[in-house]
Each structure stands twice: as structure tokens, then as C-alpha cells.
Design a protein around this ligand. Structure first.
Ligand SMILES: Nc1ncnc2c1ncn2[C@@H]1O[C@H](COP(=O)(O)OP(=O)(O)OP(=O)(O)O)[C@@H](O)[C@H]1O
Ligand SMILES: [Mg+2]
Length: 264
């Protein structure tokens, strides 16, 4: 079991006009175990992507620490793989070569890389699609390739920034189940960012709510609807549960608490 820890994290962005720095995240404490599916939700601009970038090691905090298993991280690492909203695949490589790319960087021999890519294609339900060009794949298939590529280096944590945001509703619903399934079988911790309360409730073992200006954690709520989905219940049935509806209302109230104030 691994732990990804964000300890007393704060982040300031310099003002472009040379004024005082603006605090974007303030006093974030978050510990994610590698058997958890943690979903971060919050309004646009509340600092979700900034938080994920810190966890990935793409940016450094202004205060506080990011640790994996008690050791400070000093940048991106193979223990934390990132999946973005845009699939960010290499269009000049086919699906299998995209998946195998991180293994190439690690110097694995070609035959081994391609065998691992084939295994991962099976895992993400794209058996036989390895030779397809990226432009021949649908949006959902591309995201599967992106997730397979992220899994290629056997990360301890998958960091996902709205990976399903650009998909149509039906594909998104399928991909939610797929993500849940991959997570449950891979033993990789997940930190997923989303705007969708339904998505958070369906996937998370814990939901973190960020409030904006500056971004801070205002709720840390356990959830277990994903287990019902994994057990074979339909998303429609799960969404009809009384517990789902009440938590949905609670999250809506938390996320939109000061909307009227802002609109006024
Ligand atoms: N590189 C940057 N320089 C300066 N300010 C930034 C930078 N990146 C983000 N910000 C600001 O930090 C705040 C948080 O941005 P962030 O992208 O983390 O929000 P978010 O919650 O991911 O929003 P969204 O839901 O729209 O993706 C915003 O006010 C944004 O304008
Ligand atoms: Mg964002």
C-alpha cells in the first residue's frame, strides 16, 4: 500500500501585471492511499487542476510538501501517471506504440514493450486495435489508449484531470464503468478531477470538495456507490437510491453555496 500525501500545501500564482501574488490553493491536506478512488470536485477556477499539477510534480508548492510513502517528490515520476482531458496521444504513433512509449523511455526491449502494450490493450477493451492510427479511433477509444499508456509504467497512482469531460453522455457513462473496473483490478490509487456530481458519486470512495478563492478543502466525504456498480447494479438503479440523492443534494449545496452572492 502506497500513500500520496499533500501536506499543508499552498500555491500562489504571480500576478501577470507585477502586483502581489494571488493565493490559488491554501492549506490543503490530503492523503490518498493506493486502494482509494478519490474524486476532487469544485467550481471552475477553484484550483482543481493546480492541485493535480502539484501532486504530479509539474509545479512546486509555495508552501507545504508533496510526498509519496513519506519521501518528498522532486518532480514528475513513474509512480504517478497523469491522464488529461485531451487524450494527448502522439498522432504519428499507432495505438500500441503510444501505449509502449513510456516503456521505450525506460529502455525496455521492443518485443517486451509490444507484448506489454498488447496486454494493456486487452485490459482496456481494445484487443486487436494496436495497429490503428490515432485518427481512426473514437474519443472514448483514445481515452482508453491514454489510460493504457498511463498504466504502462505500473504507477502507484493515476492522476486524472477531467478525463471524460469531452465525451458524449453515453460514451462517458461507459467510460465511468470502465475506469472503475480498471481501478478495481489494477491496485492503483486514483485521484480524479471532475465537474460532474454524478460522476463523483458513482466512482469515488472519497469525495473532496474544493471551495474557490483561495482553493481549500471544505468537505471530505466517504462514498461507496462504486461498489454497487462493480457488483453489477446499473448506474440508473444506483442513482435512484435514496442515499445517492441525498448526497447529491449535499454536494450541490456545498459546491454552489455562495452562487447567489457571486451572481448578485
Ligand atoms: N499558470 C497560471 N498562472 C496564473 N494563474 C493561474 C495559472 N493556472 C491557473 N491559474 C489561476 O488559478 C486559479 C485556479 O485554476 P485551476 O486551473 O487550478 O482551476 P480548476 O478548478 O481546474 O478550473 P476548471 O474547472 O475550469 O478546470 C484560477 O483562478 C486560474 O485563473
Ligand atoms: Mg481544471
Amino acid at each position: 500500500m502506497s500513500i500520496l500525501s499533500l501536506q499543508s500545501l499552498s500555491l500562489d500564482y504571480a500576478d501577470a501585471r507585477g502586483g502581489t501574488a494571488r493565493r490559488v490553493l491554501d492549506g490543503i491536506n490530503l492523503h490518498i492511499a493506493s486502494d482509494e478512488f478519490v474524486v476532487v470536485i469544485g467550481r471552475s477556477g477553484s484550483g482543481k487542476t493546480s492541485l493535480l499539477n502539484l501532486a504530479a510534480g509539474f509545479t512546486q508548492p509555495s508552501e507545504g510538501r508533496v510526498l509519496v510513502d513519506g519521501r518528498d517528490i522532486d518532480g514528475p515520476g513513474a509512480d504517478r501517471a497523469v491522464v488529461f482531458q485531451d487524450d494527448a496521444l502522439y498522432p504519428w504513433l499507432n495505438a500500441a506504440d503510444n501505449i509502449a512509449f513510456p516503456l521505450k523511455l525506460r529502455g525496455l526491449p521492443k518485443a517486451e514493450r509490444l507484448q506489454r502494450a498488447e496486454e494493456l490493450l486487452v485490459k482496456v477493451g481494445l484487443e486487436g486495435a494496436g495497429r490503428k492510427n490515432i485518427c481512426e479511433l473514437s474519443g472514448g477509444m483514445r481515452q482508453r489508449v491514454g489510460i493504457a499508456r498511463a498504466l504502462a509504467s505500473d504507477p502507484r497512482f493515476l492522476l486524472l484531470d477531467e478525463p471524460l469531460g469531452a465525451l458524449d453522455a453515453l460514451t462517458r457513462a461507459r467510460m465511468q464503468l470502465f475506469l472503475l473496473d480498471v481501478w478495481s483490478r489494477s491496485g492503483t490509487g486514483a485521484l480524479l478531477i471532475t465537474h460532474s456530481i454524478d460522476e463523483a458519486l458513482l466512482l469515488a470512495t472519497r469525495i473532496i470538495v474544493l471551495a474557490p478563492a483561495p482553493g481549500r478543502v471544505i468537505a471530505d466525504i466517504p462514498a461507496e456507490f462504486g461498489q454497487a456498480l462493480l457488483g453489477g447494479r446499473s448506474a440508473k438503479d444506483v442513482k435512484a437510491l435514496a442515499g445517492f440523492k441525498s448526497l447529491h443534494d449535499e454536494l450541490t449545496a456545498l459546491i454552489h453555496a455562495d452562487d447567489e452572492e457571486i451572481a448578485a
